[in-house]
Design a protein around this ligand. Structure first.
Ligand SMILES: O=C(O)CCC(=O)C(=O)O
Length: 275
C-alpha cells in the first residue's frame, strides 16, 4: 500500500448502498495538526465566521468560502486523496462548490436540524444530485460533542421537501420520522483525520455540543463539472479542479491562512448571526 490512503471499490459499494462511507485516518496526525494550528490562528477565518441558530436558539459557528487556491485548506480539498475519492464516488470529473470550517464550541455549539444538503442546493440551481460532502474531523467527534448522525440508506429516497427550522433549513419531519422507523440511525463518531464522504441526499443532523471539548471539522463539498447550475453561482462549482500530489499538504511554500474575499457573507442567509 502507498503512503496515502485511497478509496477502494468496497468503499464505493458502501457509499452506493448506505449514502456514506468513513475512511479512518485518511489524513495523518501531522496534517491535521498543521491545519488546526492554521485554523485556530487565522484572523481572516475569524472575521468571516458567523453563526446559525437551531430551533432552540443555540448557535453553531462556521466560515464558508468558495474558491480554491494554494493555501492549506485548499490543499486538503485539492489533494489527490480527496479528489480521486470524490471522482470515484461521483463517477465523473469533480468541481469544488464550497468549503466550510465548522466550529461547534464547548457547551454552547448548537444543533443542525435534519436535512439533506440537496434540500439547500436544489434551490441553488443544481439540476442533478451529483454532489457530495467530505467531512474531515479536526477534533474528536462523539455523541457528547454533537457528532454527525445519518440515516443509513436515506439518500435512496431522493430529495424531500425542506422548510425553515430555526435559522436553518429542515427536512419534512413526517418523512424523517418514517425514515427513522425503516432505516438505521448511525452516530458517526470520528477521530481527528478520519474522513466521512456523504451523498447530498443523505438525511443527517447533529446535536448541540454539551461537552467541554470543541468539535471542529473541515467540510469540502463537490459538484460535477458537467452539472453546471442554471442559476448564477460562483464559477468554482463547474470549473475543473487542479489536483495536487498528497505530499504537498505538508511541503512547499505553505500559506497558513485563508484568502481575504470569497467568503459567504453572514447576511446572505436567513438566520445567520454575525459572530
Ligand atoms: O457538522 C455538523 O454538525 C453538521 C454539518 C451539516 O449538516 C452540513 O454541513 O450539512
Amino acid at each position: 500500500m502507498g503512503k496515502f490512503k485511497k478509496l477502494s471499490m468496497a468503499d464505493k459499494a458502501a457509499f452506493d448502498a448506505d449514502g456514506y462511507v468513513v475512511v479512518k485516518s485518511f489524513y495523518s496526525k501531522e496534517e491535521i495538526d498543521l491545519l488546526m494550528q492554521a485554523a485556530e490562528n487565522d484572523n481572516v477565518i475569524r472575521r468571516n465566521t458567523y453563526g446559525r441558530e437551531d430551533k432552540e436558539g443555540n448557535t453553531t459557528k462556521l466560515a464558508l468560502w468558495y474558491d480554491l487556491n494554494d493555501n492549506i485548506y485548499s490543499r486538503f480539498a485539492r489533494s489527490e486523496r480527496m479528489y480521486r475519492g470524490v471522482e470515484l464516488l461521483l463517477n465523473d470529473q469533480p468541481a469544488h462548490f464550497h468549503t466550510k470550517l465548522m466550529q461547534k464550541e464547548p457547551f454552547v455549539g448548537g444543533a443542525w436540524e435534519w436535512h439533506q444538503d440537496y434540500g439547500y442546493w436544489y434551490n441553488d440551481g443544481f439540476l442533478f444530485p451529483d454532489m457530495i460532502s467530505v467531512m474531515v474531523a479536526l477534533s474528536e467527534a462523539n455523541k457528547e460533542n454533537g457528532c454527525l448522525q445519518v440515516v443509513r440508506g436515506s439518500h435512496l429516497m431522493g430529495r424531500v421537501e425542506h422548510g425553515m427550522a430555526g435559522g436553518q433549513k429542515g427536512a419534512d419531519m413526517e418523512k424523517v420520522g418514517i425514515a427513522l422507523e425503516r432505516m438505521e440511525l448511525v452516530y458517526v463518531e470520528l477521530e481527528p483525520g478520519d474522513t466521512l464522504f456523504f451523498h447530498c441526499n443523505l438525511l443527517h443532523r447533529s446535536d448541540k455540543n454539551t461537552s467541554p471539548t470543541p468539535r471542529w471539522s473541515l467540510i469540502s463539498t463537490f459538484n460535477l463539472v458537467k452539472n453546471k447550475p442554471y442559476k448564477e453561482q460562483r464559477s468554482s462549482c463547474y470549473t475543473p479542479i487542479e489536483p495536487i500530489p498528497d505530499e504537498l499538504i505538508m511541503e512547499g511554500d505553505l500559506v497558513l491562512h485563508a484568502a481575504d474575499g470569497g467568503f459567504r457573507r453572514p447576511n446572505d442567509l436567513p438566520g445567520a448571526i454575525k459572530k
